[in-house]
Design a protein around this ligand. Structure first.
Ligand code: FRU
Length: 491
Protein backbone atom coordinates (compact mmCIF):
# COMPACT_ATOMS: atom_id res chain seq x y z
CA UNK A 1 0.00 0.00 0.00
CA UNK A 2 1.64 3.21 -1.13
CA UNK A 3 -0.81 5.84 0.09
CA UNK A 4 -1.26 9.42 -1.05
CA UNK A 5 1.75 11.76 -0.88
CA UNK A 6 1.45 14.17 2.05
CA UNK A 7 -1.04 11.99 3.90
CA UNK A 8 -0.70 9.24 6.50
CA UNK A 9 -1.48 5.65 5.60
CA UNK A 10 -4.85 4.26 6.75
CA UNK A 11 -4.88 1.99 9.79
CA UNK A 12 -4.45 -1.74 9.30
CA UNK A 13 -7.77 -3.60 9.72
CA UNK A 14 -7.76 -7.36 9.25
CA UNK A 15 -11.55 -7.89 8.78
CA UNK A 16 -11.13 -10.77 11.24
CA UNK A 17 -14.40 -11.87 12.87
CA UNK A 18 -14.81 -12.05 16.65
CA UNK A 19 -17.50 -13.59 18.80
CA UNK A 20 -20.46 -11.17 18.65
CA UNK A 21 -20.30 -10.85 22.46
CA UNK A 22 -16.53 -10.25 22.52
CA UNK A 23 -15.13 -7.10 24.06
CA UNK A 24 -13.68 -5.86 20.79
CA UNK A 25 -14.73 -2.59 19.18
CA UNK A 26 -13.18 -1.77 15.84
CA UNK A 27 -12.19 1.81 15.17
CA UNK A 28 -12.86 4.17 12.31
CA UNK A 29 -9.65 6.07 12.96
CA UNK A 30 -8.40 9.51 12.05
CA UNK A 31 -5.81 7.83 9.81
CA UNK A 32 -8.71 6.13 8.00
CA UNK A 33 -10.94 9.21 7.70
CA UNK A 34 -8.02 11.32 6.42
CA UNK A 35 -8.03 9.16 3.28
CA UNK A 36 -11.19 11.08 2.28
CA UNK A 37 -9.28 14.35 2.19
CA UNK A 38 -6.37 12.56 0.57
CA UNK A 39 -8.64 11.62 -2.36
CA UNK A 40 -10.31 15.03 -2.64
CA UNK A 41 -9.02 17.24 -5.45
CA UNK A 42 -7.48 20.55 -4.38
CA UNK A 43 -7.63 21.95 -7.91
CA UNK A 44 -11.36 22.04 -8.71
CA UNK A 45 -13.08 25.39 -9.20
CA UNK A 46 -14.77 26.69 -6.05
CA UNK A 47 -18.15 25.07 -5.48
CA UNK A 48 -17.58 22.08 -7.76
CA UNK A 49 -17.32 18.46 -6.58
CA UNK A 50 -13.85 17.72 -5.23
CA UNK A 51 -14.60 14.06 -4.47
CA UNK A 52 -13.99 11.11 -6.83
CA UNK A 53 -16.95 10.68 -9.22
CA UNK A 54 -17.29 6.99 -8.42
CA UNK A 55 -18.01 7.85 -4.78
CA UNK A 56 -20.38 10.73 -5.54
CA UNK A 57 -24.15 10.60 -5.93
CA UNK A 58 -25.08 12.12 -9.31
CA UNK A 59 -26.73 15.56 -9.31
CA UNK A 60 -30.41 15.64 -8.41
CA UNK A 61 -32.24 18.09 -10.72
CA UNK A 62 -33.59 21.21 -8.99
CA UNK A 63 -37.05 20.58 -10.50
CA UNK A 64 -37.51 17.33 -8.56
CA UNK A 65 -41.16 16.30 -7.93
CA UNK A 66 -42.64 16.17 -4.44
CA UNK A 67 -43.53 12.66 -3.31
CA UNK A 68 -46.66 14.14 -1.76
CA UNK A 69 -47.30 17.91 -1.46
CA UNK A 70 -49.27 17.44 1.76
CA UNK A 71 -46.55 15.75 3.80
CA UNK A 72 -42.82 16.20 4.33
CA UNK A 73 -41.02 12.91 4.29
CA UNK A 74 -37.46 12.10 5.22
CA UNK A 75 -35.89 8.89 6.70
CA UNK A 76 -37.56 6.00 4.87
CA UNK A 77 -37.40 2.21 5.24
CA UNK A 78 -39.01 -0.90 3.81
CA UNK A 79 -40.91 -3.99 5.01
CA UNK A 80 -38.13 -6.51 5.62
CA UNK A 81 -37.66 -10.02 6.91
CA UNK A 82 -34.84 -11.25 9.14
CA UNK A 83 -32.41 -11.16 6.20
CA UNK A 84 -33.37 -7.65 5.06
CA UNK A 85 -35.17 -8.93 1.99
CA UNK A 86 -37.91 -6.48 1.04
CA UNK A 87 -41.43 -7.86 0.83
CA UNK A 88 -44.52 -6.73 -0.95
CA UNK A 89 -47.80 -7.58 0.76
CA UNK A 90 -50.76 -8.89 -1.20
CA UNK A 91 -49.45 -7.20 -4.33
CA UNK A 92 -48.56 -3.86 -2.71
CA UNK A 93 -45.17 -2.36 -1.97
CA UNK A 94 -45.07 -0.58 1.38
CA UNK A 95 -42.62 1.95 2.84
CA UNK A 96 -42.37 3.69 6.19
CA UNK A 97 -41.13 7.27 6.53
CA UNK A 98 -40.65 9.95 9.11
CA UNK A 99 -43.27 12.55 8.25
CA UNK A 100 -44.32 16.02 9.33
CA UNK A 101 -47.07 18.43 8.33
CA UNK A 102 -45.84 21.20 5.99
CA UNK A 103 -48.90 23.29 6.88
CA UNK A 104 -48.59 23.26 10.67
CA UNK A 105 -46.66 26.52 11.01
CA UNK A 106 -43.13 25.21 11.64
CA UNK A 107 -40.24 25.05 9.19
CA UNK A 108 -38.70 22.02 7.50
CA UNK A 109 -35.71 22.35 9.84
CA UNK A 110 -37.96 22.20 12.91
CA UNK A 111 -39.63 19.01 11.73
CA UNK A 112 -37.67 16.61 13.95
CA UNK A 113 -39.58 17.26 17.18
CA UNK A 114 -42.86 16.74 15.28
CA UNK A 115 -41.85 13.54 13.48
CA UNK A 116 -44.44 10.79 13.15
CA UNK A 117 -43.91 7.51 11.32
CA UNK A 118 -46.16 7.41 8.28
CA UNK A 119 -46.64 4.77 5.59
CA UNK A 120 -47.07 4.76 1.82
CA UNK A 121 -48.00 2.04 -0.63
CA UNK A 122 -48.12 1.40 -4.35
CA UNK A 123 -48.79 -1.60 -6.60
CA UNK A 124 -45.88 -4.01 -6.78
CA UNK A 125 -44.31 -5.21 -9.98
CA UNK A 126 -44.74 -2.14 -12.19
CA UNK A 127 -41.60 -0.94 -13.98
CA UNK A 128 -40.42 2.53 -12.95
CA UNK A 129 -40.98 3.77 -16.50
CA UNK A 130 -44.71 3.06 -16.16
CA UNK A 131 -45.15 4.83 -12.83
CA UNK A 132 -45.83 8.51 -12.16
CA UNK A 133 -42.59 10.52 -12.13
CA UNK A 134 -42.73 10.94 -8.33
CA UNK A 135 -42.85 7.18 -7.81
CA UNK A 136 -46.61 6.97 -7.37
CA UNK A 137 -46.68 6.39 -3.62
CA UNK A 138 -50.09 6.68 -1.96
CA UNK A 139 -49.98 8.18 1.53
CA UNK A 140 -51.66 5.94 4.11
CA UNK A 141 -51.36 8.32 7.07
CA UNK A 142 -49.69 7.84 10.44
CA UNK A 143 -48.74 4.26 11.26
CA UNK A 144 -49.57 4.30 14.98
CA UNK A 145 -52.86 5.37 16.56
CA UNK A 146 -52.61 8.88 18.05
CA UNK A 147 -51.11 8.98 21.51
CA UNK A 148 -49.80 5.41 21.58
CA UNK A 149 -46.09 6.21 21.23
CA UNK A 150 -46.48 8.71 24.12
CA UNK A 151 -47.33 5.83 26.48
CA UNK A 152 -43.64 5.22 27.04
CA UNK A 153 -43.33 8.68 28.63
CA UNK A 154 -46.48 8.57 30.77
CA UNK A 155 -45.94 10.42 34.04
CA UNK A 156 -42.85 12.29 32.82
CA UNK A 157 -42.50 15.97 31.89
CA UNK A 158 -42.01 16.82 28.24
CA UNK A 159 -42.84 19.58 25.79
CA UNK A 160 -42.76 17.56 22.53
CA UNK A 161 -42.82 13.87 21.73
CA UNK A 162 -41.72 12.34 18.43
CA UNK A 163 -41.17 9.07 16.57
CA UNK A 164 -37.72 8.72 15.01
CA UNK A 165 -36.20 6.15 12.74
CA UNK A 166 -36.12 2.45 12.90
CA UNK A 167 -37.12 -0.56 10.87
CA UNK A 168 -40.15 -2.75 10.21
CA UNK A 169 -39.93 -6.55 10.26
CA UNK A 170 -42.43 -8.99 8.92
CA UNK A 171 -42.52 -11.42 11.84
CA UNK A 172 -43.45 -14.36 9.63
CA UNK A 173 -43.56 -14.16 5.86
CA UNK A 174 -46.70 -16.35 5.91
CA UNK A 175 -48.54 -14.05 8.30
CA UNK A 176 -49.42 -10.39 8.60
CA UNK A 177 -47.86 -9.40 11.93
CA UNK A 178 -45.21 -6.72 11.72
CA UNK A 179 -42.82 -5.62 14.42
CA UNK A 180 -41.78 -1.99 14.30
CA UNK A 181 -38.54 -1.06 16.05
CA UNK A 182 -38.22 2.70 16.32
CA UNK A 183 -36.87 5.51 18.48
CA UNK A 184 -39.38 7.04 20.84
CA UNK A 185 -38.38 10.59 21.79
CA UNK A 186 -39.51 13.04 24.44
CA UNK A 187 -38.14 16.58 24.46
CA UNK A 188 -38.30 19.07 27.28
CA UNK A 189 -37.32 22.36 25.72
CA UNK A 190 -37.51 26.12 26.12
CA UNK A 191 -39.22 28.16 23.39
CA UNK A 192 -35.75 28.92 21.95
CA UNK A 193 -35.25 25.13 21.51
CA UNK A 194 -32.59 24.84 24.23
CA UNK A 195 -33.04 21.88 26.55
CA UNK A 196 -34.62 22.26 29.98
CA UNK A 197 -33.64 18.64 30.50
CA UNK A 198 -31.92 16.36 27.94
CA UNK A 199 -34.10 14.62 25.34
CA UNK A 200 -35.07 11.07 26.31
CA UNK A 201 -34.56 8.50 23.54
CA UNK A 202 -35.95 4.99 24.00
CA UNK A 203 -35.58 2.20 21.45
CA UNK A 204 -39.10 0.80 21.38
CA UNK A 205 -41.02 -2.10 19.83
CA UNK A 206 -44.67 -2.20 18.83
CA UNK A 207 -46.57 -4.95 17.04
CA UNK A 208 -49.32 -4.51 14.47
CA UNK A 209 -50.94 -6.20 11.51
CA UNK A 210 -50.78 -5.26 7.86
CA UNK A 211 -53.91 -5.61 5.73
CA UNK A 212 -54.58 -5.08 2.04
CA UNK A 213 -57.44 -5.39 -0.40
CA UNK A 214 -57.76 -4.44 -4.05
CA UNK A 215 -57.99 -0.75 -3.15
CA UNK A 216 -55.61 -0.05 -0.36
CA UNK A 217 -53.26 -1.03 2.46
CA UNK A 218 -53.94 -0.39 6.14
CA UNK A 219 -52.66 -1.40 9.56
CA UNK A 220 -54.24 -2.38 12.86
CA UNK A 221 -52.67 -2.87 16.27
CA UNK A 222 -49.70 -0.82 17.53
CA UNK A 223 -51.67 -0.19 20.71
CA UNK A 224 -48.87 -1.33 23.00
CA UNK A 225 -45.41 0.21 22.84
CA UNK A 226 -42.69 -1.68 24.71
CA UNK A 227 -39.53 0.18 25.73
CA UNK A 228 -36.54 -2.02 24.84
CA UNK A 229 -33.34 -0.08 25.43
CA UNK A 230 -32.18 3.13 27.08
CA UNK A 231 -28.49 4.02 27.00
CA UNK A 232 -26.51 2.50 29.86
CA UNK A 233 -23.75 5.09 30.27
CA UNK A 234 -21.19 2.26 30.14
CA UNK A 235 -21.07 1.40 26.44
CA UNK A 236 -23.57 3.98 25.22
CA UNK A 237 -23.66 7.62 26.25
CA UNK A 238 -26.68 8.93 28.17
CA UNK A 239 -28.43 12.30 28.10
CA UNK A 240 -26.99 12.99 31.54
CA UNK A 241 -23.48 12.53 30.15
CA UNK A 242 -24.14 14.66 27.07
CA UNK A 243 -27.38 16.48 26.30
CA UNK A 244 -26.45 16.21 22.58
CA UNK A 245 -26.08 12.43 22.68
CA UNK A 246 -27.39 10.14 19.95
CA UNK A 247 -29.19 6.91 20.74
CA UNK A 248 -31.51 5.79 17.99
CA UNK A 249 -32.27 4.07 14.67
CA UNK A 250 -32.63 0.34 15.53
CA UNK A 251 -32.18 -2.20 12.72
CA UNK A 252 -32.62 -5.91 13.51
CA UNK A 253 -31.57 -9.04 11.67
CA UNK A 254 -30.86 -12.73 12.21
CA UNK A 255 -27.19 -13.53 11.77
CA UNK A 256 -26.67 -16.44 9.33
CA UNK A 257 -23.44 -17.26 11.20
CA UNK A 258 -25.55 -17.66 14.38
CA UNK A 259 -28.85 -19.18 13.16
CA UNK A 260 -31.79 -18.22 15.34
CA UNK A 261 -29.93 -15.39 17.06
CA UNK A 262 -31.23 -11.88 16.46
CA UNK A 263 -29.10 -8.78 16.73
CA UNK A 264 -29.82 -5.08 16.60
CA UNK A 265 -27.49 -2.36 15.38
CA UNK A 266 -28.21 1.26 16.29
CA UNK A 267 -26.67 4.73 16.45
CA UNK A 268 -24.89 5.62 19.70
CA UNK A 269 -22.10 7.67 21.16
CA UNK A 270 -19.14 6.47 23.21
CA UNK A 271 -20.13 6.60 26.88
CA UNK A 272 -18.62 9.16 29.25
CA UNK A 273 -19.09 12.82 30.08
CA UNK A 274 -19.10 15.20 27.12
CA UNK A 275 -15.85 17.09 26.77
CA UNK A 276 -13.61 14.51 28.43
CA UNK A 277 -10.36 14.66 26.44
CA UNK A 278 -9.73 10.93 26.35
CA UNK A 279 -9.25 9.80 22.77
CA UNK A 280 -6.31 7.43 22.48
CA UNK A 281 -3.47 6.63 20.10
CA UNK A 282 -5.64 3.73 18.92
CA UNK A 283 -8.41 6.17 17.94
CA UNK A 284 -5.85 8.04 15.83
CA UNK A 285 -4.71 4.77 14.29
CA UNK A 286 -1.39 5.85 12.76
CA UNK A 287 1.18 3.25 11.83
CA UNK A 288 4.46 3.35 13.72
CA UNK A 289 6.73 6.13 12.48
CA UNK A 290 4.25 7.44 9.90
CA UNK A 291 5.81 10.83 9.03
CA UNK A 292 2.34 12.32 8.53
CA UNK A 293 0.92 11.19 11.87
CA UNK A 294 -0.55 13.74 14.26
CA UNK A 295 0.42 13.54 17.90
CA UNK A 296 -2.23 12.68 20.44
CA UNK A 297 -1.64 16.04 22.11
CA UNK A 298 -2.26 17.93 18.84
CA UNK A 299 -5.54 16.10 18.37
CA UNK A 300 -6.68 16.70 21.94
CA UNK A 301 -5.69 20.38 21.71
CA UNK A 302 -7.95 20.71 18.64
CA UNK A 303 -11.05 19.72 20.65
CA UNK A 304 -11.71 16.71 18.41
CA UNK A 305 -12.81 14.71 21.49
CA UNK A 306 -16.25 16.35 21.35
CA UNK A 307 -17.03 13.97 18.48
CA UNK A 308 -17.37 10.35 19.54
CA UNK A 309 -19.92 8.36 17.55
CA UNK A 310 -20.38 4.65 17.76
CA UNK A 311 -22.41 1.90 16.15
CA UNK A 312 -24.05 -0.17 18.86
CA UNK A 313 -24.97 -3.83 19.07
CA UNK A 314 -27.60 -5.60 21.15
CA UNK A 315 -28.72 -9.23 21.18
CA UNK A 316 -32.32 -10.43 21.56
CA UNK A 317 -33.01 -12.47 24.66
CA UNK A 318 -36.35 -13.88 23.55
CA UNK A 319 -38.06 -15.03 20.36
CA UNK A 320 -40.57 -12.20 20.32
CA UNK A 321 -37.70 -9.69 20.22
CA UNK A 322 -39.12 -7.81 23.21
CA UNK A 323 -36.06 -8.27 25.47
CA UNK A 324 -32.59 -7.12 24.47
CA UNK A 325 -29.17 -6.94 26.03
CA UNK A 326 -26.41 -4.47 25.14
CA UNK A 327 -23.14 -5.78 23.77
CA UNK A 328 -20.02 -3.63 23.28
CA UNK A 329 -20.17 -1.23 20.32
CA UNK A 330 -19.18 -2.62 16.91
CA UNK A 331 -17.36 0.48 15.68
CA UNK A 332 -16.29 3.70 17.38
CA UNK A 333 -15.37 6.99 15.71
CA UNK A 334 -13.72 8.75 18.66
CA UNK A 335 -12.13 12.06 17.63
CA UNK A 336 -13.43 11.33 14.09
CA UNK A 337 -17.17 12.00 13.83
CA UNK A 338 -20.10 12.52 16.21
CA UNK A 339 -22.83 10.74 14.27
CA UNK A 340 -22.97 7.32 12.62
CA UNK A 341 -26.70 7.17 11.86
CA UNK A 342 -29.19 4.57 10.66
CA UNK A 343 -26.65 1.73 10.68
CA UNK A 344 -27.65 -1.39 8.77
CA UNK A 345 -26.11 -4.79 8.17
CA UNK A 346 -25.76 -5.92 4.57
CA UNK A 347 -24.39 -9.35 3.73
CA UNK A 348 -22.92 -10.02 0.30
CA UNK A 349 -20.63 -12.82 -0.93
CA UNK A 350 -20.00 -13.89 2.67
CA UNK A 351 -18.86 -10.41 3.72
CA UNK A 352 -20.61 -8.37 6.40
CA UNK A 353 -21.02 -4.70 5.56
CA UNK A 354 -22.08 -2.07 8.04
CA UNK A 355 -23.47 0.92 6.18
CA UNK A 356 -24.21 4.14 8.04
CA UNK A 357 -24.94 7.76 7.16
CA UNK A 358 -23.02 10.76 8.42
CA UNK A 359 -22.65 14.49 7.99
CA UNK A 360 -19.83 16.81 7.02
CA UNK A 361 -20.73 19.07 9.95
CA UNK A 362 -20.39 16.30 12.54
CA UNK A 363 -16.72 15.57 11.70
CA UNK A 364 -14.17 16.33 14.39
CA UNK A 365 -11.59 19.11 13.95
CA UNK A 366 -8.98 18.17 11.34
CA UNK A 367 -10.95 15.45 9.53
CA UNK A 368 -13.51 15.97 6.79
CA UNK A 369 -15.86 14.26 4.38
CA UNK A 370 -19.16 14.80 2.58
CA UNK A 371 -22.70 14.07 3.76
CA UNK A 372 -23.68 10.61 2.67
CA UNK A 373 -23.10 6.89 3.10
CA UNK A 374 -20.11 5.31 4.82
CA UNK A 375 -19.30 1.60 4.81
CA UNK A 376 -17.19 -0.92 6.73
CA UNK A 377 -16.50 -4.54 5.79
CA UNK A 378 -15.60 -7.58 7.88
CA UNK A 379 -16.01 -11.32 8.11
CA UNK A 380 -18.79 -11.31 10.71
CA UNK A 381 -21.11 -9.06 12.65
CA UNK A 382 -18.27 -8.21 15.03
CA UNK A 383 -15.06 -7.76 13.09
CA UNK A 384 -11.98 -5.66 12.80
CA UNK A 385 -13.97 -3.74 10.20
CA UNK A 386 -12.10 -2.23 7.31
CA UNK A 387 -13.42 1.14 6.14
CA UNK A 388 -14.33 0.81 2.44
CA UNK A 389 -12.67 2.58 -0.49
CA UNK A 390 -8.96 3.31 0.11
CA UNK A 391 -9.57 2.55 3.78
CA UNK A 392 -11.48 5.83 4.08
CA UNK A 393 -15.03 4.67 4.84
CA UNK A 394 -16.66 6.85 2.17
CA UNK A 395 -19.13 5.04 -0.10
CA UNK A 396 -21.54 7.61 -1.57
CA UNK A 397 -21.25 11.33 -0.82
CA UNK A 398 -23.23 14.29 -2.02
CA UNK A 399 -21.40 16.45 -4.59
CA UNK A 400 -19.22 18.54 -2.27
CA UNK A 401 -16.25 20.87 -2.43
CA UNK A 402 -14.16 19.83 0.56
CA UNK A 403 -11.91 22.87 -0.01
CA UNK A 404 -14.79 25.20 0.83
CA UNK A 405 -16.61 25.63 4.15
CA UNK A 406 -19.66 23.43 4.51
CA UNK A 407 -22.44 25.88 5.39
CA UNK A 408 -25.63 24.09 6.35
CA UNK A 409 -28.77 22.94 4.59
CA UNK A 410 -30.70 25.81 6.23
CA UNK A 411 -27.95 28.43 5.82
CA UNK A 412 -25.97 27.50 2.70
CA UNK A 413 -22.51 28.81 1.99
CA UNK A 414 -22.98 30.45 -1.46
CA UNK A 415 -19.50 29.22 -2.44
CA UNK A 416 -20.27 25.60 -1.57
CA UNK A 417 -21.60 23.11 -4.12
CA UNK A 418 -25.40 23.73 -4.20
CA UNK A 419 -25.92 19.98 -3.91
CA UNK A 420 -23.75 19.35 -0.85
CA UNK A 421 -26.97 18.74 1.09
CA UNK A 422 -29.02 17.37 -1.83
CA UNK A 423 -29.84 14.10 -0.08
CA UNK A 424 -29.50 12.28 3.20
CA UNK A 425 -30.58 9.25 5.17
CA UNK A 426 -29.60 6.74 2.53
CA UNK A 427 -30.57 3.11 2.98
CA UNK A 428 -28.94 0.37 0.89
CA UNK A 429 -31.43 -2.13 -0.46
CA UNK A 430 -30.98 -5.58 -2.03
CA UNK A 431 -28.97 -5.38 -5.25
CA UNK A 432 -27.15 -2.26 -4.08
CA UNK A 433 -30.08 0.08 -4.78
CA UNK A 434 -29.90 3.15 -2.56
CA UNK A 435 -32.91 5.20 -1.50
CA UNK A 436 -32.73 8.51 0.38
CA UNK A 437 -34.63 11.76 0.79
CA UNK A 438 -34.05 15.15 -0.82
CA UNK A 439 -33.01 17.89 1.60
CA UNK A 440 -31.79 20.91 -0.45
CA UNK A 441 -31.02 21.29 -4.16
CA UNK A 442 -29.90 24.76 -5.29
CA UNK A 443 -31.65 26.20 -2.27
CA UNK A 444 -34.94 24.40 -2.93
CA UNK A 445 -35.95 22.34 0.10
CA UNK A 446 -37.23 18.80 -0.38
CA UNK A 447 -38.90 16.53 2.10
CA UNK A 448 -39.39 14.14 -0.81
CA UNK A 449 -37.90 10.83 -1.95
CA UNK A 450 -34.69 11.08 -3.96
CA UNK A 451 -34.03 9.34 -7.24
CA UNK A 452 -32.81 5.84 -6.40
CA UNK A 453 -29.18 5.18 -7.30
CA UNK A 454 -27.18 1.98 -7.38
CA UNK A 455 -23.80 1.11 -5.91
CA UNK A 456 -21.75 -1.85 -7.06
CA UNK A 457 -20.06 -3.46 -4.10
CA UNK A 458 -17.08 -5.80 -4.37
CA UNK A 459 -14.98 -6.71 -1.35
CA UNK A 460 -13.79 -3.48 0.24
CA UNK A 461 -14.60 -1.23 -2.73
CA UNK A 462 -17.73 0.29 -4.23
CA UNK A 463 -18.58 2.48 -7.21
CA UNK A 464 -21.77 4.30 -8.12
CA UNK A 465 -23.31 2.67 -11.21
CA UNK A 466 -23.51 5.45 -13.80
CA UNK A 467 -25.27 3.09 -16.22
CA UNK A 468 -28.21 2.71 -13.84
CA UNK A 469 -31.21 4.88 -14.78
CA UNK A 470 -30.36 8.17 -16.43
CA UNK A 471 -26.65 8.81 -15.94
CA UNK A 472 -26.81 7.02 -12.62
CA UNK A 473 -30.11 8.48 -11.40
CA UNK A 474 -33.00 6.04 -11.26
CA UNK A 475 -36.62 6.95 -10.76
CA UNK A 476 -37.74 9.11 -7.82
CA UNK A 477 -38.74 6.98 -4.87
CA UNK A 478 -38.07 3.74 -6.71
CA UNK A 479 -38.11 1.41 -3.71
CA UNK A 480 -39.06 -2.00 -5.09
CA UNK A 481 -39.75 -5.18 -3.17
CA UNK A 482 -37.40 -8.01 -4.11
CA UNK A 483 -39.73 -10.65 -2.62
CA UNK A 484 -43.47 -11.18 -2.75
CA UNK A 485 -45.13 -12.39 0.42
CA UNK A 486 -46.69 -15.82 -0.03
CA UNK A 487 -49.90 -14.92 1.73
CA UNK A 488 -51.66 -13.61 -1.34
CA UNK A 489 -55.09 -14.97 -0.44
CA UNK A 490 -56.75 -11.66 -1.24
CA UNK A 491 -55.75 -11.94 -4.89
C1 FRU B 1 -31.24 10.82 10.18
C2 FRU B 1 -31.79 11.12 11.54
C3 FRU B 1 -31.98 9.85 12.33
C4 FRU B 1 -33.14 10.20 13.23
C5 FRU B 1 -33.95 11.14 12.39
C6 FRU B 1 -34.64 12.24 13.14
O1 FRU B 1 -31.77 11.61 9.18
O2 FRU B 1 -30.96 12.01 12.23
O3 FRU B 1 -30.84 9.48 13.02
O4 FRU B 1 -33.83 9.04 13.58
O5 FRU B 1 -33.09 11.71 11.44
O6 FRU B 1 -35.36 13.09 12.30
Amino acid sequence: LSGVPGFPLPSIHTQQAYDPAADFTSRWTRADALQIKAHSSTSVAVGQNSMPAQLTMPNIPADFPQTNPDVWIWDTWTLIDKHADQFSYNGWEVIFSLTADPNAGYTFDDRHVHARIGFFYRRAGIPASQRPVNGGWIYGGHLFPDGTSAQVFAGTTYTEQAEWSGSTRLVNVRGNTVSVFYTDLAFNRNPDASNITPPVAVITQTLGQIHADFRHVWFTGFGTHTPLLRPDGVYYQTGQQNEFYSFRDPFTFEDPQHPGVNYMVFEGNTAGDRGTPNCTEADLGYRPNDPHAETLQEVLDSGAYYQKANIGLAVAENGSLSKWKFLPPLISANCVNDQTERPQVYIKDGKYYIFTISHRTTYAAGVDGPDGVYGFVGNGIRSDFQPMNYGSGLVLGNPTDLNTAAGTDFDPNPDQNPRAFQSYSHYIMPGGLVESFIDTVEGRRGGALSPTVRVKIAKSASVVDLRYGNGGLGAYGDIPANRADINIAGF
